[in-house]
Design a binder for this molecule. Structure first.
Ligand code: ZN
Length: 264
């Protein structure tokens, strides 16, 4: 596994013990929930609270670690770091900003494929046509139209069972809670781009149907509108860890209807 690259902001902190805006003594380390970063460089290991258990190469003396830790925490108000994770951040209470410790990988939709069609009910429309005064059957064409939004719905809730790992050595449960709201938002936005769905993609579907209305009757037409979805599954590389997950989603692409016609 390649070594994680430190962010520009964290590099600045390491050199100055200040936040990128120049504040010190009010910095907090936010561990995160991503995978642990194990193959740290020597200088990063020296920043940990308990680095000695990982010192295989014995390059740093206990004295050096002690001095560094004392300087870091006691005199300069530096970060208190137990362990690094891919998505660890640090925050400054003075300016309120947060920065990632490591350069974050771009979230990437690797590919996607169609998995089928589905339908959901979106409403019932009722029309009543009174032909009780008529003495002969009539043939008439009626237009039915429905306005709908082209949109994407992502099935984040079914992620757990679809976990995929990139290498055999990496395991772990990967439930809904592990993908935070910000990442979910970015995945949804990427899929919207992929399928050219903007927030204002309104569509109107029309269809004409011809009916014979019997004389002396009231005709009731019930129209059950249904949204047709194209179902997909995509593979996404998450930015905060070395994992690829399969995520089901669907794109609204048309509407249709069933009808019940009654002459009473
Ligand atoms: Zn600051």
């Amino acid at each position: 596994m390649p070594r994680r690259q430190r962010s520009r902001e964290f590099e600045h902190y390491r050199k100055t013990l200040q936040c990128p805006n120049g504040h010190r003594h009010a910095l907090t380390f936010i561990e995160g929930t991503g995978d642990l970063v194990e193959n740290l460089g020597m200088r990063d290991r020296l920043m940990l609270e308990n680095p000695l258990s990982r010192f295989e190469d014995r390059l740093a003396s206990i004295e050096l670690v002690g001095r560094l830790r004392q300087f870091n925490h006691d005199r300069s108000g530096g970060l208190s770091i137990q362990r690094f994770r891919f998505d660890s951040m640090f925050a400054c209470d003075t300016c309120g900003d947060q920065w990632p410790v490591f350069v974050q990988r771009e979230l990437k939709i690797i590919d996607y494929q169609k998995t089928g069609l589905s339908q959901t009910s979106i409403g019932l429309e009722k029309r009543r046509l009174d032909w009780t005064q008529s003495s002969a059957d009539s043939t008439c064409t009626l237009e039915f139209k429905h306005e709908w939004m082209k949109r994407v719905e992502v099935g984040f809730e079914s992620l757990t069972s679809r976990e995929e790992t990139r290498s055999a050595g990496m395991k772990g449960s990967y439930g809904l809670l592990a993908i935070n709201a910000g990442i979910q938002q970015r995945i949804t936005e990427s899929l919207k781009l992929t399928h050219s769905v903007t927030s204002q993609t309104r569509k109107t579907s029309r269809q004409e149907v011809e009916y014979v209305f019997p004389a002396g009757k009231v005709t009731v037409i019930k129209t059950y509108w249904k949204q047709i979805w194209q179902e997909y599954e995509c593979r996404v590389r998450l930015p905060d860890r070395d994992k690829i997950v399969s995520i089901p989603y669907r794109v609204a692409f048309d509407v249709t209807f069933d009808q019940e016609v009654e002459h009473i």
